[in-house]
Every structure is written in C-alpha cells, then in structure tokens.
Ligand binder design. Structure first.
Ligand SMILES: Cc1cc2nc3c(=O)[nH]c(=O)nc-3n(C[C@H](O)[C@H](O)[C@H](O)COP(=O)(O)O)c2cc1C
Length: 174
C-alpha cells in the first residue's frame, strides 16, 4: 500500500524524525511505498475559512502554497501517519496547519488507516493530541487506528523505540 508520513517536527535529525525513519524502513522492507514529508520545512499557512473550497470550487484551496504538493499525496495514500513533537501539550503548529487545510478536500475516501507518532520531553502529555487524532481523524474520516506511538525523555532516539517503530512498519499488511 501507499503510506504517507506527515512529520511536523522542524528537527530533521530529531526524535520524531528518528521514529519516522525507523517506521519508514520497516514499511519499505515489507514492500510498501512510503512517502515522508517534513511539513515543518514547507510553507503551509493556516486555513482562512474563506469557504471557496466548499462554495465555489469543490476541493480547491485558494491558497497556493506547499499544501498544493501535500494534497495529491493525501488523496493517493492508503494510510497516513501523523508524526509530531509535543508543543504545549499538543501537536506542532506546523502539523496542525496541515490538518486544518484538509478542510478543502474533506474526508479522503482513499485512506483506510492512520497512525500517530509523538515525541515529548515529559510523560503524560499526549492527551490533547490523542483526543484531536481520534475526533478529527479516526472518527471523522471513519478510518482504522493502526497504532499510537510515543517517546519521552530518555526513550527519545533510543534503540528500543527505533525497534518498536521498525517492527510496526514491518508488520503492516494491505
Ligand atoms: C515550543 C516547544 C514546546 C514544548 N512543549 C512541550 C510540552 O508541552 N510537553 C513536553 O513534554 N515537551 C514539550 N516540548 C519538548 C519537545 O516535545 C521534545 O523536546 C521533543 O522530543 C522534540 O522532538 P523533535 O526532536 O522531533 O523536535 C516542547 C518543545 C518546544 C520547542
């Protein structure tokens, strides 16, 4: 299957990217086509709520920024993985902007499963991000939650976490 990873960490060699790389390696070894996009290094503005995508041209966003490169990947993937560092108890603003901008395409009918990968400094900081993930993505899109993975403190960039994410990627079927 085609898998898209939307990574909202600005650290290209950070803890979130470390988990994403291990996951992607596992998926590719299992024969999947995996595309990783670091959305924190792309220009994605917030939704302007102009309603052009709903009222004028269905599915078309008036903002011509890097979201134009992300939309085709969202609309052609079987699985989407949301990856982010925790900033102030939630997803990074960069990933949040991408999620808000899916308003233009609404529910991507091609997506069958999703997963969430998060890195943080402390334990017990994932509640808001997990709630958003379930409400805005899993339930709204009506897709399968394939897994939620977290690393905090010394777990970040650890061999144990790399192995966990690699095995998750390697185990994916479909
Ligand atoms: C702006 C900002 C806000 C943060 N807020 C939190 C937080 O609320 N809780 C927490 O445990 N860590 C917080 N952190 C720490 C990051 O989540 C942590 O360093 C994470 O491992 C970074 O992942 P990365 O290497 O992929 O960027 C924050 C870091 C930054 C820069």
């Amino acid at each position: 299957m085609k898998i898209l990873v939307l990574n909202g960490s600005p650290h290209l060699n950070g803890a979130t990217s470390d988990m994403v790389n291990a996951f992607a390696k596992g998926t590719r070894e299992a024969g999947h086509e995996t595309v990783c996009m670091n959305v924190a290094h792309m220009q994605v503005r917030g939704c302007m709520a102009c309603e052009y995508c709903r009222e004028k041209e269905k599915g078309v966003c008036v903002q011509k920024d890097d979201m134009q490169k992300i939309y085709p990947e969202i609309l052609s993937s079987d699985m989407i993985v949301f990856a982010s560092p925790i900033y102030y108890f939630t997803l990074s603003a960069q990933l949040q902007a991408v999620i808000h901008r899916t308003y233009a395409v609404d529910i991507p009918a091609n997506v069958k499963k999703v997963a969430l990968i998060m890195s943080s400094g402390s334990k017990f900081v994932y509640g808001a991000a997990i709630t958003e993930y379930f409400q805005s993505i899993v339930e709204y899109w009506n897709v399968e939650n394939a897994g939620i993975f977290t690393a905090n403190g010394e777990e970040n960039k650890s061999e144990k976490k790399r192995q966990e994410l690699y095995e998750f990627g390697r185990s994916l079927k479909g």
